[in-house]
Design a protein around this ligand. Sequence first.
Ligand SMILES: *Cc1c(COP(=O)(O)O)cnc(C)c1O
Length: 369
Amino acid sequence: MTLHDKYALSKVINAAGTFTPVGVSRSSAGVSEAVAQALGQFVVMSELQDVASQAIARWSGGQAGTVVHCAAAGITLAIAAAMVGTDAERIAALPDAEGVRNQVLMPRTHAVNYGHSILQAVRLSGARPLLAGTDAHCGIDELEAQMINLNIACLLVVSSRLTHGTALDLERVVAMAHRFDVPVVLDAAAQDWRVAQLLAAGADMTVFSAQKYLAAPTAGIVIGRQHWVDAVRAQENGIGRGMKASKEALLGVLQAIAEREQLDSGAWFALQDEKVRCFIAAFTGINDVTARAVADPAGMPMSRVHLSITSVSARLNASALAKVLKGGSPSIWVMEHLLAENQLVLELTMLDAAEIDQVASRITALLGQ
Ligand SMILES: *Cc1c(COP(=O)(O)O)cnc(C)c1O
């Protein structure tokens, strides 16, 4: 019996990318096995974190790393690390930051919401966000105008879907912050394919979600120099207690990293291109809709499909179509950030060939063709 049958859960086809509300990703058999093995064993957790640090460093090119509960936790704990370091008394006092410098500078264009506002992830540590620029624009000049060495950190986000305005040049922002002796925390949760490139921007702590493209169990990875990683780990005796990584997450992450290192990434990207090509081909000759491949705006190496409803006389507009797809069985989830432009955005990385066929034929049927 499948778990969907056992618990009467909706069957889902996830064309929305590494989307948290539907379970993010599918882990490999190897990762599942590593998790199952972990659950039956005792381990010294700090040894396991040391092993994870070495594996993260080998994979990413960073100096050290640690595993926490998720990327949101990683952001809170990196900010806490920037604020109180390894000072045991201050760690124990958080989120009470009385008498401690606690201002975190952020471009307003990076004040994203990934299920909650990232500003809350900052405030959970006891820090206070200070926003530069407007919702639509924050350049390096706007940021520099607010950069004072009283800031405990500068927090930046790189995301394919969530940030606004023109992308900031990360390397220049990091260099500028460092001139003010302000460390930089980079939230790169879903950008693990670009890990080496993003680390090269020079942020002090860079945060990834392990359950997104790496397809590990839910976990966050914080990468940086050893003293920053030590400071993040030290938070486990404070606010980090409720944000810790489990042994099964740690062993799942180790296995997922090993599998990523062995993966033929060229072949994997070619497979993703082929899925996009097949899906788009299903829409040739279909009226009222165009399908095209759009490169990832943040520089991830795979494209998404933008499906535009081109006719006002189409049976359904994009919003109605998204709603009917989600309400059907299986329930099909797509990205909904361009509905106002009458577009559905689909990411096919999580789908197999049969699911891709199913999605294309459901959409064409709904459009009456
Ligand atoms: C997914 C995501 C997060 C949150 O990641 P979790 O691991 O679910 O906590 C944070 N920031 C960005 C940009 C994300 O895409």
